[in-house]
Design a protein around this ligand. Structure first.
Ligand code: FES
Length: 160
């Protein structure tokens, strides 16, 4: 069975079917099923959630409820690079809102969104434990500290 998602891309359900077959009848399998499905498709897209709901005798809204509870799950496509700007207290007082605003301006996307070329996703996160370097952003696995809005364009260029 094939259909298209909200990006108008065709979805191949065979990977989801295989994962669901593997966990058929396993009690409490929803989280590992969603983890594997997200690993296979990059995010939890609506048509695949509907398939999981049907196969696991749940409603799609129950599954969305679980997925939105855990930060590890994503209901929208994400970029190749994930920019997480810390908005914890130490970073906030040292100007995190200006850093977020500058990333948003340079990438031309609001927080929580992915650029049109799917290269970057911009997110705000709570303290990442590097308060002495505030304000801080993580780009993929790299921590960038003591940021000012002026650093942002060159950081984005570097990552590109
Ligand atoms: S508040 Fe930003 S790293 Fe702790």
């Amino acid at each position: 069975m094939n259909t298209t998602n909200d990006q108008n891309e065709e979805i191949d359900f065979s990977k989801a079917e295989a994962i669901l077959d593997e966990y058929e009848g396993v009690h409490g399998a929803l989280i590992p099923v969603l983890q594997k499905i997200q690993g296979a498709y990059g995010y939890l897209q609506e048509p695949v959630i509907n398939l999981v709901a049907e196969r696991m005798n749940m409603s799609a809204s129950e599954i969305v409820g679980v997925a939105t509870f855990y930060a590890q799950f994503h209901l929208k496509p994400r970029g190749v690079h994930i920019i997480k700007v810390c908005c914890g207290t130490a970073c906030h007082v040292k100007g995190a809102p200006n850093i977020v605003g500058k990333f948003s301006e340079v990438l031309d996307v609001p927080v929580g969104s992915t650029t049109e070329d799917k290269l970057f996703t911009l997110e705000e996160v709570a303290c990442i434990g590097a308060c002495s370097l505030a304000p801080v952003a993580m780009i993929d696995e790299d921590v960038h500290g003591k940021l000012g809005p002026d650093n942002v364009p060159s950081i984005v260029e570097e990552v590109k």
